[in-house]
Design a protein around this ligand. Structure first.
Ligand code: PMP
Length: 425
């Protein structure tokens, strides 16, 4: 690990001042995380200037590549004008208009600062709208770090052994019913028993925080039907899939009409954002029009809005989604073709994929993910980094490709992965 000695030293210092040495647990891994300093296009550079082909892309947002020139220009223009007003700006409406024009299920939005805030508010809205308290989430699904969803949560919560966080009041946690993903019988049973008390189902339409697990045939339709029949709401958490799987996210791809959608990541172009949106009838319950309270000093911050608008424009101007999807197909096909003699499973859809270290033929649930070899993945991640390829640090997190990844980079990555597997298996 001598090539990462500077990160070792920086982490030692960070641990003296930051809780656990990091500002988000998903960034922490043993023996120490690699400290990054700058990024451009498909590359990210460590503090000592080591170059990596990046497949984490800031945990998703950078689908147009890092430091896209247009996004940079628009953000710098806005910084010239000022960066926090605490007032309305025209930019907020321009961003909202773009989103409403893409998503049939969205008439109005509220912009917040993180995906966490978006799902927290979406759940409050569903509870306020229906007058019910219970919500349903899926085992290993991750919707941010607020109390109602830190129950059997994926992502960093699972990586660091705290899917049910201490500190979440028991009385609140019991309002969260946890269902197994892709299990039609179980979700029907839950609605049969508790249907009248359920405010909403919240679901990532494609699992992205317990690895990448697409929905089985008809599963999302079933969620839509059950919620409709029981006067509950369907919240699709498209923080990862929004503006990725299609211009109208996974809901466009699977043709599902949710009551509330949450967005984040790509929608902010790499600046802090969360968005919730839905049909007029539901969104009119949000304060100040309705009584469901939500507020934020930094919500709709002009710099984020400039980054967001520029990114949404680049998505169209450069055919980003289609090209990133093609790159997703390409890397999955090449990995499968080249690595079939190793205990690997490459699973994914669109520009997202998981590299599971397992002999399983498919991973369909949180339990299946837990069967994968996490110790081996830790080695894999570290060895791959030495070869100049940066993958997300845990099998719970998914990898992403941008539209900017080249055939040459993809081939180089597949070759590096093969060499690493030769060494560690
Ligand atoms: N929902 C999903 C599906 C996510 O993947 C995430 C973050 N990875 C969140 C919500 C929370 O977003 P944030 O980290 O911006 O709070």
């Amino acid at each position: 690990m001598s090539e990462f000695n500077e990160s070792k030293e920086l982490f030692k210092e960070a641990k003296r001042y930051l809780a656990g040495g990091v500002n988000s647990p998903a960034r922490a891994y043993d023996p120490f995380p690699i400290f990054m300093e700058k990024a451009e296009g498909t590359k990210i550079y460590s503090t000592k200037g080591k170059k990596f082909i990046d497949y984490s892309l800031a945990f998703g947002p950078q689908i147009v590549g890092h430091k896209h020139p247009k996004v940079k220009e628009k953000v710098l223009d806005q910084i010239e004008k000022g960066w926090a007003f605490g007032t309305s700006t025209e930019l907020e409406t321009k961003v909202a208009k773009k989103i409403v024009n893409r998503y049939n299920s969205i008439d109005k939005i509220r912009t917040v600062n993180t995906g966490t805030e978006a799902t927290m508010t979406a759940i409050r809205l569903a509870r306020g709208y229906t007058g019910r308290d219970k919500i349903v989430k899926f085992e290993g699904g991750y919707h941010g770090s607020h109390d109602s969803v830190l129950v059997k949560a994926g992502s960093g919560a699972s990586t660091h052994g705290a899917p049910d966080s201490p500190g979440v009041p028991k009385d609140l946690a019991k309002e969260t019913i946890v269902a197994p993903w892709n299990n039609k019988e179980k979700i029907k049973e839950i609605f049969k028993k508790e249907g009248d008390n359920i405010a909403a189902i919240i679901a990532e339409p494609i699992f992205g925080n317990a690895g990448c697990i697409p929905p089985s045939d008809g599963f999302l339709d079933l969620l839509r039907d059950l919620t409709k029949e029981n006067d509950s709401l369907l919240i699709l958490d498209e923080v990862i899939t929004g503006f990725r799987v299609s211009k109208s996210g996974a809901q466009g791809y699977f043709d599902i009409d949710p009551d509330i959608t949450t967005l984040g990541k790509i929608a902010g172009g790499g600046f802090p954002i969360g968005i919730l949106g839905g049909h007029e009838e539901v969104m009119s319950e949000v304060s100040p029009e309705g009584d469901v309270y939500q507020a934020g000093t930094f919500s709709g911050n002009p710099v984020t809005m400039a980054g967001s608008l520029a990114t949404l424009e680049v998505l169209e101007e450069e055919n980003v989604i289609e090209e990133a999807n093609e790159n997703g197909e390409k890397i999955r096909a090449k990995l499968r073709q080249e690595l079939n003699e190793y205990p690997t499973l490459v699973q994914g859809i669109s520009s997202m994929f998981s590299f599971f270290l397992t002999n399983q033929e498919t991973v369909r649930s949180y339990n299946d993910v837990q069967e994968c070899d996490f110790d081996l993945y830790e080695k894999f991640h570290r060895e791959l980094a030495k070869k100049g390829t940066y993958f997300p640090p845990s099998q719970y997190e998914i990898s992403f490709v941008s539209h900017k990844h080249t055939e040459e980079e993809i081939d180089q990555t597949v070759d590096s992965i093969k060499k690493v597997l030769e060494k560690i298996t």
